[in-house]
Design a protein around this ligand. Structure first.
Ligand code: ADP
Length: 315
């Protein structure tokens, strides 16, 4: 039984720059799959390869067992793609745009009329169907883009940073829309650099860093793997962390690992609250002034930062 979408040994090189370095990913049917990574980590390149826009230097992608590069028609008809740049025409109305894209896919007029009605309803743009693309607000434009990407009833919807530039309320509305689309049986692949958003939305997540796949799994599985620790953020007035940590350990503090974030030190520990009280007593003993101290559970955000920081040390 072939997987739904299988990314196999993908390498993409631009000139001398290895942008995707041996990526292997399986995307199951019906899920929301998130690709996260810093700017420049290769997310957009991976999406462009998934839709067959970029041919990989090596490796291939299978959609329901078929090599997409040997069957581009399959991708064109089954995948919908909403890019960061947006694809609709500003001088056409919302409705005209959908009509235009529908006719490109040669959808018969009567059927298209009905589809446009339903799509405008889904993305809550019925009231604005006669507005020109350019007159729509940022959130409405994003929704129109998604509607255009859905006009041919794709089974896979690919969204490149769809919530970028949106304020928190509009972002929430868009996430609700994406969930609704997914509930209608559409597999969603989405890139984002907003970890909280991915955590809330996605069933599975792939973490990319400098073109390499660092981690893949459900947000909860990733959190469980790293979740045995909590992270204590500490800022000492003196910034004399080496001596402080040594003393802390001598006092019985459990320190699994440390990292730095600006002026602060991040201490990974199995018991944040216990370490917190030891930090206060150690600070007192050493006459250190504590500018900041806080305890956080491991969220995807903290895990992502810690993985990427670890990788940077290895680069
Ligand atoms: P992300 O979407 O994660 O920000 P991209 O996939 O856009 O990352 O880019 C990854 C890297 O590949 C960047 O260093 C970028 O400069 C490079 N890159 C992307 N597209 C091209 C291209 N067409 N030609 C050359 N380099 C590219």
């Amino acid at each position: 039984m072939p997987g739904f979408i299988e990314v196999k040994d993908i390498v993409k090189i631009f000139g001398k720059h290895v942008v995707l370095d041996d990526i292997n990913i399986e995307i199951p049917y019906g899920k929301i799959f998130g690709i996260i990574g810093e700017n420049g980590s290769g997310k957009t390149t991976l999406l462009n390869t998934l839709i067959g826009f970029y041919k990989p230097t090596r490796g291939t992608i299978y959609f329901q067992g078929l090599d997409i590069f040997k069957d581009m028609h399959g991708v064109e008809t089954r995948f919908g793609f909403a890019t960061q740049a947006g694809s609709f025409y500003p001088k056409l109305t919302a409705e005209e745009n959908l009509w235009y894209f529908g006719r490109l896919y040669q959808i018969p007029r009567q059927e298209l009329k009905e589809r446009i009605r339903k799509l405008l309803d889904l993305v809550e743009l019925t009231y604005a169907k006669k507005s020109l693309g350019e007159e729509l607000s940022t959130g409405m434009k994003r929704r129109l883009d998604i509607a255009c990407a859905l006009i041919h009833k794709p089974v896979v919807l690919i969204l490149d940073e769809p919530t970028e530039d949106l304020d928190p309320l509009l972002r929430k509305e868009l996430l609700t829309l994406i969930k609704r689309i997914n509930e209608n049986g559409v597999t969603v692949i989405i890139t984002s650099h907003l970890l909280e958003e991915v955590e809330e939305l996605c069933d599975l997540v792939a973490i990319l860093h400098r073109g390499r796949l660092l981690k893949m799994g459900s947000p909860t599985a990733i959190e469980r793997e790293y979740g045995k620790n909590e992270v204590v953020k500490l800022e000492l007035e003196s910034k004399n962390y080496q001596v402080f940590i040594k003393k802390l350990i001598q006092h019985g503090g459990k320190v699994e690992d440390v990292d730095y974030e600006g002026q602060k030190i991040l201490i990974y520990t199995p018991k944040g609250d216990r370490l917190l009280s030891l930090i206060m007593s150690t600070a007192k003993a050493l006459k250190e002034k504590v500018n900041h101290v806080s305890v956080d559970k491991m969220s995807l955000n903290i895990i992502f930062e810690s993985i990427v920081r670890g990788e940077r040390k290895n680069d």
